[in-house]
Design a protein around this ligand. Structure first.
Ligand code: ADP
Length: 275
C-alpha cells in the first residue's frame, strides 16, 4: 500500500479572532512520491495551508496536520517537521543570501549543523540534480530567474527533505525559466521519488500532477486526478481560475460545433481524442 506522507484532518484556521476562517475544514492526504498541485485564485488560502506544511503555523489540536509521521501539534517536534518539508518561494531574489552559489547552499546546511566534508558532497550532489554544477562559483545575483530558482531548489534538496513545496515559484519567471524549473521539479519527482506540492494559480502547471486540489475561499472546492478535475471545467472557471489556453480554445471551438476532437489533459501531456 502507498505510504501517506502528509495527512491533514479537518483543519480550520483564522489569523484574527474577529475575522472569518481563512481555512475551512481542510482534509487532505498526500502519498509519498506523488505530485500534488494546489490551485486557486489569490486569497483562497493556498499559502496559509503551506505554512502549516512547513511548521510555520501550528494547529491547535493534535492529529490535524501530520507530516512524515510527526504530529505538527507538538511544538517540541517542530524542528523535525521543518526538516521534512522545504519550500521554494515566489521571488528568487529574496532567497539568495551569499556571494557565490556554493556559499548560498552551504548557508542552509550550516544552519542544520552539517559537517564540512558532507556539506561539500551535498552541494555537489544538489547542484548536479538541478543541472547547475557549472555555476558553483558564480554570483547568484547574475543568474537568470530560472537559474536562481534552480539554485534555490538545490539549497532545499541539499537538506534532504521528504517534501518539496513550491509556492508560486514560477510566477515571476519568463516562459523559458518556468520551463526549466518545471522540468527540474519533474525530474526530482520521477527520478528521486520526491513528493512535490506545487502551489500555483496557473492550471497549465498541473499537468504532471497525481492530484489537483482546487481551493476557493479557504475550502477544498474540488480534488482529483487532472483528467477528473478538468472534466468539470465549469467549476474551475466558477472558482476564479483561467483554463489553460489550449484547453480554453478547444472548448470554445467544440461549443461552436467547430472542433472535431477533444483535448484531454493527461500525465503524458495534452492529448487529442476523437470527440
Ligand atoms: P493565497 O495563497 O491563496 O493567495 P493566502 O493564504 O495568502 O492565500 O491568504 C488567504 C487569506 O488570508 C487572505 O484573505 C489574506 O488576506 C489573509 N492573510 C494571509 N496572511 C495573513 C496574515 N499574516 N494576517 C492576516 N491575514 C492574512
Amino acid at each position: 500500500m502507498s505510504e501517506e506522507i502528509i495527512k491533514i484532518n479537518s483543519l480550520s484556521f483564522k489569523y484574527n479572532e474577529d475575522e472569518e476562517n481563512v481555512l475551512n475544514d481542510i482534509t487532505l492526504s498526500v502519498t509519498k512520491g506523488s505530485w500534488v498541485s494546489i490551485v486557486g485564485h489569490n486569497g483562497s488560502g493556498k499559502s496559509t495551508l503551506a505554512k502549516f506544511l512547513i511548521g510555520l503555523l501550528i494547529p491547535s489540536q493534535s492529529n490535524t496536520v501530520v507530516i512524515g509521521g510527526y504530529d505538527t501539534f507538538d511544538e517540541e517536534l517542530i524542528w523535525e517537521v521543518r526538516k521534512k518539508a522545504g519550500m521554494v518561494f515566489q521571488n528568487p531574489e529574496n532567497q539568495m543570501v551569499a556571494t557565490t552559489v556554493r556559499d548560498d547552499i552551504a548557508f542552509g546546511l550550516e544552519n542544520i549543523g552539517i559537517e564540512r566534508t558532507e556539506m561539500l558532497d551535498r552541494i555537489e550532489w544538489s547542484l548536479k540534480k538541478v543541472k547547475m554544477e557549472q555555476y558553483v562559483d558564480h554570483e547568484p545575483h547574475r543568474l537568470s530567474g530560472g537559474q536562481k530558482q534552480r539554485v534555490a531548489i538545490a539549497g532545499i534538496i541539499a537538506m534532504h527533505p521528504s517534501v518539496l513545496i513550491l509556492d508560486e515559484a514560477t510566477s515571476m519567471l519568463d516562459p523559458m525559466g518556468r520551463q526549466e524549473v518545471l522540468e527540474t521539479v519533474r525530474m526530482l519527482n520521477k527520478d528521486e521519488g520526491m513528493t512535490i506540492i506545487n502551489i500555483t494559480h496557473d492550471l497549465e502547471e498541473t499537468i504532471f500532477s497525481d492530484q489537483i486540489v482546487v481551493m476557493n475561499r479557504g475550502k477544498i472546492y474540488a480534488k482529483g486526478l487532472p483528467e477528473q478535475v478538468f472534466q468539470e471545467k465549469d467549476r474551475l472557471v466558477e472558482s476564479g481560475l483561467e483554463l489553460p489556453f489550449s484547453l480554453d480554445v478547444q472548448t470554445r471551438l467544440v461549443d461552436k460545433g467547430i472542433g472535431l476532437t477533444k483535448l484531454c489533459l493527461t500525465k503524458e501531456g495534452l492529448v487529442n481524442e476523437l470527440w
